[in-house]
Design a protein around this ligand. Structure first.
Ligand code: HEC
Ligand code: HEC
Length: 357
């Protein structure tokens, strides 16, 4: 019996290793084949900041995920190689280790697989193939030392599997919690929020219906439920072509999508992953931690200020056939709008910018 329990415990710990977390954050699940280590985290940080992994040596992951901007870039849409502008807003990668699915439409399911995409995206790092990354690493003595120390491997064994493991391990250290909100809510330190912020929290959970999607649990708050919703953003681009698109879908998915221009395609949201009509224009609920530092907002960067976000929700979003029923006119007073905005600024924690190890 004892042996059985021991074996069971062993198998549980090999599945997931919980990393100590901060006030307001749950325990983190780490893939069993990629445990955290100090060397790996340091290597991941170095890779994340290396501009040589791009077509002309100008772009690193940190070009769009800038630490002083809570790992966003302050632009409506990301700008990559040769100044090329993408369709989407760069999200924060803080606490992305807690997300079940990555990207606004959730098309990747781990940090390890996500990290491959930007490198060969023609408008981000712009590499034609991942072997360019391996070439840079194999010809850099300091990286060879790092890979040997971290993974115990020599040059010829280095591949993207190890590279993405290191980047993901670094990203798992970018966590943010213990804000004034957390102290107020989880530790009952009632004085840390101003009266306006405390009223804003109440509105967030009740009249505003925000916590319906930007979830607050009893012992942690990620401010996302990891689900996808159409709240109406970006839908105007699709509206004129929607009837024809829906009709074409009945015959063939690929040819229906092929008839859309890139801007229209980018507004399909979760539908592009799930191919379920109800997911047209749906995006994953984003976290709201550090939201004060991550303007402009939404998957297309179309809203510039928090106050304008509140105005958008107050009006009930933008009507469309797929608008989620949890989005409806709120009839907030001016005072309530200010309180809600004030609350959102209590979610700022900049400790992520301090050295991790
Ligand atoms: C040119 C700007 C740019 C560069 C360079 C870039 N990213 Fe991103 N990143 C984005 C954008 C834009 C998105 C959202 C794209 C989408 O959802 O379609 C994103 C999404 C992500 C996400 C998912 C976050 C979430 O909330 O789902 C992670 C993690 C991430 N990037 C990490 C990286 C890593 C690691 C690198 C380097 C290998 C990198 N990024 C390089 C712009 C960039
Ligand atoms: C039905 C679910 C739902 C409800 C209710 C909801 N949100 Fe959202 N929220 C989302 C989704 C999904 C997005 C991303 C939409 C996009 O990118 O197009 C979002 C985006 C945001 C953003 C921008 C985040 C960023 O990083 O760009 C803010 C701020 C925000 N919501 C605040 C609120 C507030 C305040 C309320 C209540 C008044 C609220 N939300 C109610 C689902 C919801």
């Amino acid at each position: 019996m004892k042996i059985l329990t021991f074996a069971l415990l062993l198998s549980i710990t090999s599945l997931a290793e919980a990393v100590p977390s901060m006030l307001g954050l749950p325990a983190m699940k780490v893939p069993a084949d990629n445990p955290q280590s100090t060397e790996k985290i340091a290597l991941g940080k170095k890779l994340f900041n290396d501009k040589r992994f791009s077509a002309n040596g100008s772009i690193s992951c940190a070009s769009c995920h800038i630490s002083s901007k809570a790992f966003t870039d302050g632009r409506p849409q990301a700008v990559g190689i040769d100044g090329l502008v993408g369709q989407r807003n760069s999200p924060t990668i803080i606490n992305s280790a807690y997300l079940n699915e990555l990207f606004h439409d959730g098309r990747r399911s781990s940090l390890e697989t996500q990290a491959l995409d930007p490198l060969t995206n023609p408008i981000e790092h712009g590499l034609t193939e991942h072997s360019r990354v391996i070439h840079v690493i194999r010809t850099d003595f300091s990286y060879l030392k790092d890979f040997l120390n971290t993974f115990g491997i020599t040059a010829e064994k280095i591949n993207m599997n190890y590279v993405t493991k290191a980047i993901a391990s670094y990203e798992r250290t970018l966590i943010s919690g213990n804000t004034r909100f957390d102290q107020y809510f989880f530790q009952s330190s009632k004085k840390v929020l101003t009266a306006a912020e405390a009223r804003g929290l109440r509105l967030f959970r009740r009249k505003g219906n925000c916590a319906n999607c930007h979830e607050i649990s009893w012992d942690n708050a990620l401010f996302t439920d990891n689900r996808f919703y159409n709240i109406g953003i970006g839908f105007d681009a699709l509206r004129p072509v929607l009837p024809a698109f829906l009709k074409n879908l009945k015959t063939d998915y690929s040819s229906a999508v092929a008839q859309l221009d890139p801007q229209q395609k980018a507004q399909l949201g979760r539908f592009a992953v799930s191919r379920q009509i109800k997911d047209i224009g749906a995006y994953r609920t984003p976290t709201l931690r550090n939201i004060e530092l991550t303007a402009p907002y939404m998957h297309d960067g179309s809203i510039s200020t928090l106050r304008d976000v509140i105005e958008y929700y107050d009006k009930g979003g933008k009507k469309n056939a797929f608008l989620n029923p949890a989005i409806f006119p709120l009839h907030l007073s001016e005072q309530e709008k200010s309180d809600l905005t004030a609350f959102l600024t209590s979610l700022t924690d900049t400790s992520y910018s301090k050295p991790q190890h």
